[in-house]
Write a protein that binds this ligand. Structure first.
Ligand SMILES: Cc1cc2nc3c(=O)[nH]c(=O)nc-3n(C[C@H](O)[C@H](O)[C@H](O)COP(=O)(O)O)c2cc1C
Length: 388
């Protein structure tokens, strides 16, 4: 691995790359960030969203916040959707603003399944792969609430869910997106099907490893249909343990590795891999590099130097940054110029309005960004969720 410091415009991060049919002028990807600013009854993206994403348009690629594929998918407060016309029009404002500035933007698709709560679903019980409580907390209007034992999805409901994903992808295309990313990580519907403690089914959507990954593969194929070429990314987080139902063990790691190999047979533009927590997991990412033969975006805990090193070593094609993009809308310029990075305020990560959302300035020089760092250290509110 090279340890050469990259201080000029020759950084590997600043070189163009193709991820399937997505052509990126640089390899600095904005990772998906739920910001809970769609505070309106229709869960419609607003002018605030357009301003926020436009400020970050110099990213090689923007992956949006996770977005509901349908009403049954809802499991968090003030998150936008892509399942009705007003939402499509709202997102059109966003994609127009990003494209006008020369950017590219894909929509991350989300369904919380059993991790939702009746309060999000008009009192109805959430549905999941099996009637097993995921033992999580759901963030509702009334604060955090314990999840309940979900209903087991029927095969008809599974087919309807795949259809929701397909329709959401078609809506995303009409809204002007450059592609979509399937969120298959964490504790949400697709991950619930992948994990044997949540998925106790004995039909074709469970039973063994191939059955458990079937929902994801059907969704990948369905959301690819509306596009010409390769414009579908898949996000996996094999090293993310959550509660007692989503452990990371030999079995789950083997499941994810087999899945990465299987994805080679599907129309995937890129794999977006969230690596282990702590320092960037070069070894773990290199493992997926060998299993999956398409483009790879690495994520979790990277800074400019480690990201350049990962790309230079050929470990990944691009690197995504989440928290750095919150307070550094011009992250690409800051990397290019070797400028200091500002720190965001976790108290405004989720919910609220413009404050902590569209008021982080672009840098002018390093003395200015120090001032931003000093100004953005107010403490977070304990009533809000912490980063997921
Ligand atoms: C406020 C916040 C919201 C997030 N929302 C999402 C999301 O909607 N979808 C997703 O896949 N990951 C989400 N993540 C995870 C990030 O994309 C990323 O994996 C994580 O922050 C590690 O990357 P980083 O070290 O560059 O911050 C979120 C993280 C944070 C801090």
């Amino acid at each position: 691995m090279s340890t050469t410091p990259h201080t000029t415009l020759d950084q590997p991060l600043l070189r163009p790359v193709d991820l399937g049919d997505l052509r990126l002028p640089n390899r600095v990807v904005m990772a998906p960030l739920t910001r809970a600013r769609a505070a309106n009854p229709g869960l419609v993206p607003t002018e605030l969203h357009a301003a926020y994403y436009a400020q970050r348009a110099s990213a090689g690629l923007i992956v949006t916040e996770a977005t509901w594929v349908g009403e049954q998918a809802i499991g968090f407060v003030d998150v936008p959707g892509i399942y009705h016309e007003e939402q499509v029009a709202g997102w059109r404002r966003v994609t127009d603003a990003v494209h006008a500035l020369g950017g590219r933007i894909v929509l991350q698709l989300w369904h919380t399944g059993a991790a939702s709560h009746p309060d999000h679903l008009g009192g109805r019980r959430p549905a999941g792969p099996s009637a097993v409580n995921p033992h999580l907390k759901s963030f509702t209007r009334g604060g955090f609430q314990e999840t309940v034992t979900p209903r087991e999805m029927s095969t008809a409901e599974i087919a309807a869910t795949v259809a929701d994903y397909r329709a959401a992808a078609a809506n995303a295309r009409r809204a002007g997106f450059d592609g979509v990313e399937v969120a298959a990580h964490g504790s949400y519907l697709i991950a619930q099907f992948l994990h044997p403690r949540l998925n106790r089914r004995t039909d074709g959507y469970g039973g063994d490893r191939a059955g458990r990954r079937r929902l994801l593969l059907e969704i990948v194929d369905a959301v690819a249909e509306p596009w010409d070429g390769r414009r579908v990314g898949v996000r996996l987080a094999p090293y993310l343990a959550l509660g007692d139902r989503f452990p990371v063990d030999e079995g789950t790691l083997a499941d994810h590795e087999a899945l990465a190999v299987e994805l080679n047979e599907h129309p995937v533009a890129y794999l977006h891999l969230r690596g282990p927590d702590g320092a960037p997991g070069f070894e773990e990412i290199a493992r997926y590099r060998r299993l999956f033969h398409g483009p790879l975006i690495a994520n979790n805990g990277f800074d400019r130097e480690s990201a350049n090193a990962a790309i230079e070593a050929g470990t990944s094609d691009a690197v995504s940054f989440a928290t750095h993009f919150i307070a550094n809308p011009d992250l690409v310029t800051r990397f290019a110029q070797g400028r200091e990075l500002a720190a965001g305020d976790p108290g405004t990560y989720y919910g609220g309005g413009a404050v902590g959302y569209i008021d982080y300035p672009a840098s002018t020089d390093s003395s200015r960004s120090s001032a931003v760092t000093a100004a953005s250290t107010s403490s977070g509110s304990s009533a809000r969720p912490t980063a997921k």
